[in-house]
Design a protein around this ligand. Structure first.
Ligand SMILES: Cc1cc2nc3c(=O)[nH]c(=O)nc-3n(C[C@H](O)[C@H](O)[C@H](O)COP(=O)(O)O)c2cc1C
Length: 150
């Protein structure tokens, strides 16, 4: 089974470190994981159909997810509704985010990704760089997502 960890990380690599830990939890449960940072390029939306589950990670940008992940959701809608691409919905997904002390992104994040499928677990947050406990929580979230997918 294939899992996608789709995230935006740009400023310090905080969200990227969380993404690696979520990926490790998924791998520990035997899933084949792809990590993709949307800061580096636009995600090829048709490939999303291949994945059994997904973890989304974002920094808090003005209490909203990063624009590249909004673009992902725009592409997801257009591919699904206007172009008829199949198997883009109904996926279990998990959420994680980093922030600089405000951290009000959570409700917008929960709403934005709700079109993808069923949210598993609670979003993991990090204030600044993730500490060891936060990385363990990310790994546990990856495991929980894998278990819900199998
Ligand atoms: C353009 C911009 C807007 C931001 N807005 C917020 C914000 O509204 N609230 C907050 O808590 N942090 C905010 N931050 C801080 C980032 O969320 C935080 O530094 C994050 O950990 C960066 O993740 P990264 O290192 O993975 O890129 C903002 C950072 C940038 C660059």
């Amino acid at each position: 089974m294939k899992a996608l960890v789709l995230y935006h990380s740009q400023e310090f690599g905080n969200t990227g470190k969380m993404a690696e830990a979520v990926a490790q939890g998924l791998r520990d449960e035997g899933l084949d994981v792809t990590l993709f940072n949307t800061d580096e390029s636009r995600y090829p939306i048709n490939e999303f159909a291949e994945y059994s589950c997904v973890a989304f990670g974002t920094p808090d940008y003005y209490s909203y997810p990063a624009g590249t992940l909004k673009t992902f959701m725009d592409d997801h809608y257009i591919a699904r509704v206007r172009k008829g691409v199949k198997n883009l919905q109904g996926k279990p997904y998990a959420l994680f985010y980093s922030h600089g002390g405000g951290g009000k992104v959570k409700p917008a994040m929960i709403n934005m990704f709700s079109y993808v499928g069923n949210q598993i677990g609670e979003p993991v947050e990090s204030y600044g760089a993730p500490d060891q406990k936060t990385l363990e929580d990310c790994k546990a979230l990856g495991k929980e997502l894998a278990e819900a997918t199998k």
